[in-house]
Design a protein around this ligand. Structure first.
Ligand code: NI
Length: 230
């Protein structure tokens, strides 16, 4: 399958932005990639909102899970949440990140057992309940996979500053979804704590999640590295 350059460019852009933001560099998106269409400013604005740490990120949602049940973020109160937006046809980025989330949960062991992994599809047209049911458990048995109408999904994604758009590679009969791929960590009241850029390894995610939870008294501090079983 042909992967449009845009898919990998989000990834490198996000990583670059994360690297630069620590140095106080201004957001370089517009210089790096001249606006190609009206969608580009939207994408840049959302990413800037997320990277700047100044905008409100996240919020409540209610969508349908892989068993057809309506699920609200509030249903998971008491559990920190690892949240990801993607789509099951995604050729590489989504599976890699979902596998990292699942592995991080396993690595965290006891602390991982309180974590709730949630996947929200950006492609409700193709991602039926049945497809989501099979897809989610392939990564972790406790994954909750959610879908909604195009409008519902757009609202939730935008609240989390996730830009996405259908793209059709030239000559292809199938579309892909160009999307920002961040893993979000929410506290046990559903409030946004942090995001991890695409490509964050399971090991790094486990360490960062473990520390974030320990800081909030939600988990025991992670053991010294030498004592950790992997
Ligand atoms: Ni993807």
């Amino acid at each position: 399958m042909v992967v449009p350059a845009a898919l990998s460019s989000w990834r490198s852009l996000a990583l670059l932005a994360v690297l630069l933001i620590g140095g106080g560099a201004t957001f370089i998106y517009s210089r790096d990639k001249p606006a190609e269409s009206t969608r580009r400013p939207d994408a840049a604005r959302l990413m800037n909102d997320l990277m700047s740490g100044k905008a409100q990120v996240g919020g409540p949602f209610t969508l349908e899970d892989q068993f057809g049940k309506r699920r609200s973020l509030a249903d998971f109160r008491g559990k920190p949440v690892l949240l990801y937006f993607g789509y099951t046809f995604c050729p590489d980025v989504c599976p890699t990140d979902l596998a990292a989330m699942a592995q991080a949960i396993r690595t965290l062991d006891a602390a991982g057992r309180v974590l709730q992994p949630i996947f929200i599809t950006l492609d409700p047209e193709r991602d039926t309940r049945e497809i989501l049911r099979n897809y989610a458990v392939a990564f972790h048995p406790r994954f909750v996979a959610l879908r909604g109408s195009e409008g519902e999904v757009r609202r939730v994604a935008t609240a989390y500053k996730v830009y996405f758009e259908k793209v059709r590679p030239p000559g292809s009969s199938v579309y892909l979804i160009d999307h920002m791929a961040f893993v979000f960590l929410l506290d046990r009241d559903g409030r946004y704590i942090a995001f991890f850029p695409p490509g964050t390894t399971a090991e790094r995610m486990a360490v960062m999640v473990g520390e974030a939870l320990a800081q909030r008294g939600l988990a025991a501090p992670p053991p010294p590295r030498a004592l950790r079983l992997t």
